[in-house]
Structures are given as C-alpha cells and as structure tokens.
Design a protein around this ligand. Structure first.
Ligand SMILES: Cc1ncc(COP(=O)(O)O)c(C=O)c1O
Length: 385
C-alpha cells in the first residue's frame, strides 16, 4: 500500500475568515457609531456593496441573519395560501425543506438532472403536469449556478413564483439579466463568509422590502403605509443581520476575489490529478446552461457505484482523510421529514446518494495534504480493479 497515514486528520473544510487584525477597523467603526444592530451603518454599507456587485438597486436586496430564515421569509412574503405545495429537489440540504415547512407549506420533492445534479425547469414542468404545484424552489447544488433566463421563462409560462436557493453560490449565481429571486448564505463555510448571514436579491416588486420588514418582527418600516409606523403589519421574526456580522462580511469582501481564484485553481488542480490517477473512474458535477462555478466551496466526487464509494470512504478513514456524504440521506429518507413531504420519483437523486462523496477542500491545503488525498484515492481505485 502506498497510502501515507499521518496522525493528523485532513479536515473537510477550513473557512476563509478574516483575521482579527483585518476585522479591527470595521469593529472600531461600529463601536464609534455605538450601533450594533437594527440596520446600522455597516449593514447599509454591505448592502450598497451587494447592490454594486449584483447591479441591482438597493430596494431589490436585503441582508438577513442566515439563508434558512431568508428562505422562510421570502416564502412568507410571497403570500401564498397556507399549505401551498413547494417543489424542491430531493437532493439538497435539509434547510431548503425546513424553511418550507416553517413557512406553513408542503415540500414536494422532485428529481435532479443526472449530470448537473440540479432541479431544472424541464423537471419542474413535468412535475406540474403530474400534480398541483404552487411555487418552485430550485437549489444551486454545491454552488453551481442556474440558468436564470430559463427560470424566468418558466415563471412567465406557468405563473408560478420561483425562488433560487443559491445558499452556496455567492459569486457564481447572478440574475444574468433576467428577473428572479436569489437567496444566498454568508455562513462561515461559504465563499463570502460573514460568520452567519443571508442575502436576498429579488426583482419582484416590493419583495425585498417585505422581507426586510418581516426580518424586523414584521413591524411597519414604511412611513407612508396605511398601518401607523411602529405597528405590526405581519407576524415576522427577528432575522436582522447584526453589525458584527456585517463587519465580517465587509472584511471578507476585500479578499473575496483572491480566495475565489484560489478556490478555482485548487479545484481544477485536484480534479486534474484525481482524473489522472483514477483514469476517470471518479466523475464530477457538470456545468449547466447557467455557466461556470466561479467560487467552489466543496469538492464532491461521484463514484461508479456504491461499493466503490464505500471502498474510498474506508481508505480515507484509514488514511485520516475526512469525507462527508453531503446532502444525504435524501430528504424523504429522514423520519422528521418523511411525513411532511410529498415525493415524486427521484431515480437520479437516489443514484447520487449512493455514489457521491465530499472530499477535503480548502484554500490553505498543503502539498503534503494534497498528496495524501491523491495517495488514498489511488489505493482505493487499485483495490477496486
Ligand atoms: C442548499 C442550502 N440551503 C440553505 C442552507 C442554509 O444556509 P444558512 O446556514 O445560511 O442558514 C444551506 C447551508 O449550507 C444550503 O446548503
């Protein structure tokens, strides 16, 4: 066996967070202003930066405490009738479904495309022919961007609202000159970390404003509304982004470009090396018509079958290389969700949960760590021959 076992585990991911020194100027500004939350100056500055990055007016975006609450509040702001059926992929993180349930609706689980691993407009159209669907919540799987022109067409043809759960897709997903609604996570594991945080971008009239209001308990923030200022308009929650988190987000933005290019380079390098030693036994998520993944945050390989994945997991375990079965088990295989979801046939999603494995991926990965991963994969592939 050529496998090099070292006592230290290679972690799955290591966040690219700003250092205390990088944070200090922002924290000093916050402390000087004596404002620590409630749409303070740093949150406003971060929102101005996003408005430039995404080329949308500030009224079309809002920061929130995290993407899970952002999804829940966007669904609430859509004013769908209670118990609406929301189509989402069976292959996603649990938060996509829990947000739907907490907003008072029912998740309907759909299949994903076998190569992009995403719920596409074609899959959504087929689902709509099978049953009543009231809104669609596609996921930018592992940060892969959706084709927003295609989803805009879907919205126009069907009249159904579409909200993209782009939690892991900051820097990769944009509106692409289309109309639409995007929800990003700014969690510490994502490409633009603010510690915890979320961002909603929507061209839907007034949607971002409604989410802002709901994130502040639902208290009226609009002085010209019929409800007096300070009165409750709708039962919201507290999902405001704090000034502390905005400080981290602003400091992270300064380095985003550098980290995104390191992430692209590292992913390309690892995939090239793994393809070479495995003779393309492992395959990868394909780019769709939404364009390339510009700031990858994970590295997920697809093995030819369940046995091969098991062998790789075992080899990684022996070699102290961390792995994770991301987005698994499928939502309807979890007891807490099973009875709350409707599920269509999901053969591609089922196949992915038997074969996809997350490998370590972080920008500070050393040559030695990289080589250990390659060695472990080489051994696992050889053992399968
Ligand atoms: C697809 C998806 N949706 C939602 C979330 C939740 O994001 P947050 O941690 O900001 O609430 C995640 C988190 O990883 C995710 O992967």
């Amino acid at each position: 066996m050529s496998e090099r076992k070292e006592s230290t585990w290679i972690p799955l991911l290591v966040p690219d967070m700003p250092s205390p020194q990088e944070l200090l100027p922002w924290l000093e500004r916050m402390h000087k202003a004596r404002q620590y939350s409630n749409f303070g100056p740093l949150v406003q500055e971060l929102e101005t930066e996003f408005s430039v990055q995404f080329d949308v007016p500030k009224e079309q975006l809002v920061t929130v405490a995290n993407a899970t609450l952002a999804l829940e509040l966007v669904l609430q702001a859509l004013d769908l009738s209670s118990g609406s059926r929301i189509l989402l992929p069976a292959f996603t993180f649990v938060a996509t479904a829990t947000a739907v349930i907490r907003a008072g609706h029912q998740p309907v689980l759909a299949d994903v495309d076998a190569s992009t691993w995403m719920l596409t407009p074609e899959i959504a159209r087929a689902a709509c022919e099978r049953m009543r669907i009231d809104a669609v919540l596609p996921v930018a799987t592992f940060g892969m961007p959706h084709d927003m022109q295609a989803w805009q067409e879907f919205e126009r043809d069907t009249g159904l609202p579409v909200v993209i759960d782009a939690a892991a897709a900051y820097g990769s997903q944009s509106l692409q000159n289309a109309e639409g609604t995007l929800v990003f996570s700014l969690h510490t594991t994502k490409s633009l970390p603010s510690g915890e945080g979320g961002l909603v971008i929507s061209t839907r009239p007034n949607l971002a404003n409604k989410v802002r209001q709901l994130s502040n308990f639902g208290i009226n923030l609009n002085s010209s509304a019929s409800v007096p200022s300070g009165f409750l308009v709708a039962p919201g929650t507290n999902a405001k982004m704090s000034e502390y988190h905005a400080a981290v987000g602003l400091a992270s933005l300064k380095k985003w470009e550098i980290y995104a290019s390191k992430r692209r380079e590292l992913q390309g390098d690892l995939i090239r090396k793994i393809n070479l030693i495995s003779d393309h036994t492992l395959s990868w998520q394909a780019e769709g018509s939404g364009g390339p993944l510009k700031a990858p945050t994970l590295l997920c390989a697809k093995l030819p079958n369940m046995a091969a994945r098991h062998a790789l997991e075992q080899a990684c375990q022996r070699g102290n290389v961390m792995t994770r079965r991301w987005y698994q088990p499928l939502l309807h295989h979890m007891d807490a969700l099973q009875h709350r979801c409707l599920s269509l046939a999901v053969p591609n999603a089922e196949a992915l949960t038997q074969t996809v494995l997350g490998l370590p991926f972080f920008t500070g990965m050393s040559q030695n760590q990289c080589q250990r991963i390659i060695d472990v994969i080489t051994d696992a592939v050889k053992a399968q021959d």
